[in-house]
Design a protein around this ligand. Structure first.
Ligand code: ADP
Length: 317
């Protein structure tokens, strides 16, 4: 089997009549087995709807979904057993200990006692020493790791992480990603949604961008970035430039660090000509550099609501 997930013409309409919302308008995509697959899109794009259909929490309107080869209509039990979902919200039973949480989750999925690996999973997410503490006594970061552990309790082949690092501090984010990589190396296929483009760029080997319920791009991360023709020329003036000179308006933008940024086409552009234009505008050039496009550029080029709800790299805390 080459694809862990196969989705064909998936549609979801919430409600009826004039108030109906078409959240997914015919999504088709494949998630290759063994990949770390990123699902990106602005708020309201349909990411949660997509994931919730995979998880069996939302009923699709039409289309087909196969998880680990199991059709969610014809073989719902096996499909559900093949996937684990780490939800965004911290929905834990306050009176369960982490070990009890995992044991009951494994029980729900019918994993026989001798096949359960609850302690091993707690160990892996760094919660072994909290195995017998009440969930309510765990820190926010520990709760999030417990959610990951719970989603793994039935040893699913596919793990879905829905915005796993939203509001999570840098330290925990690193721990979480390191663990996700280890899981992936052990053979688990990973799907993640994130608002952090740099994170997706770093973590994912394949990315689908969805916008307004439709897939607007789906490719290997490097191909997605490589498909963008624009590069950026950065000019560092010898003396601070208070604003973009009149003759460069529409061509250049002034960055917070004082650099002048000019977009040009990788294939057809003329960076030397641009530098000459900047000099002709009276700017004394101290240094020049060029930047390759990144995922944010791809995202902006492809989605309609430019930048809406998308954070670049920076930690929000
Ligand atoms: P994302 O996760 O990308 O932010 P969602 O899947 O949550 O997007 O939402 C896609 C669209 O479906 C949005 O227009 C949203 O308002 C709508 N939607 C989501 N859930 C419901 C629901 N339970 N009832 C009605 N509309 C919904």
């Amino acid at each position: 089997m080459t694809d862990a997930i196969e989705v064909r013409d998936l549609r979801k309409t919430y409600g009826r009549g004039p108030r109906a919302t078409e959240a997914l308008k015919g999504v088709s995509l494949d998630v290759p087995t063994g990949s770390i697959f990123g699902l990106l899109g602005p708020n309201g794009a349909g990411k949660s709807t997509f994931i919730n259909i995979l998880a069996g929490l939302v009923v699709k309107t039409s289309g087909s979904v196969r998880i680990w080869g199991f059709d969610i209509d014809r073989n719902p039990r096996m499909a559900r057993a093949s996937i684990g979902v780490v939800p965004q919200e911290l929905n834990l039973d306050a009176f369960f200990t982490p070990l009890e949480s995992l044991e009951s989750q494994a029980g729900l999925y019918g994993v026989p006692k001798r096949e359960r690996r609850s302690m091993e999973i707690l160990e892996a997410v760094g919660l072994a020493d909290k195995a017998h503490a009440y969930a309510r006594s765990l820190s926010g970061g520990m709760k999030r790791r417990l959610l990951v552990a719970k989603a793994l309790a039935h040893h699913p082949a596919v793990l879905v992480l829905d915005e796993p690092t939203a509001g999570v501090d840098i330290e925990l984010r690193r721990t979480l990603w390191a663990y996700v990589r280890r899981l992936n190396a052990s053979g688990v296929t990973i799907i993640l949604t994130t608002h952090y483009l740099e994170e997706a760029q770093e973590m994912c080997d394949r990315i689908a961008i969805i916008d307004q319920g439709a897939v607007v791009a789906c490719d290997a991360t490097s191909a997605l970035i490589g498909s963008l023709d624009s590069k950026t020329l950065i000019i560092r003036p010898a003396e601070p430039v208070p604003e973009v000179p009149a003759s460069l308006r529409g061509l250049a933008t002034l960055r917070a660090d004082g650099g002048l940024a000019l977009r040009y086409s990788r294939l057809a552009g003329d960076p030397i000509g641009l530098i000459e234009q900047v000099r002709a505008a009276g700017v004394i050039v101290r240094d020049v550099a060029t930047e390759e496009p990144d995922l944010e550029d791809v995202f902006l080029a492809l989605t309609s609501r430019h930048g809406g709800g998308v954070t670049r790299g920076r930690d929000p805390l």
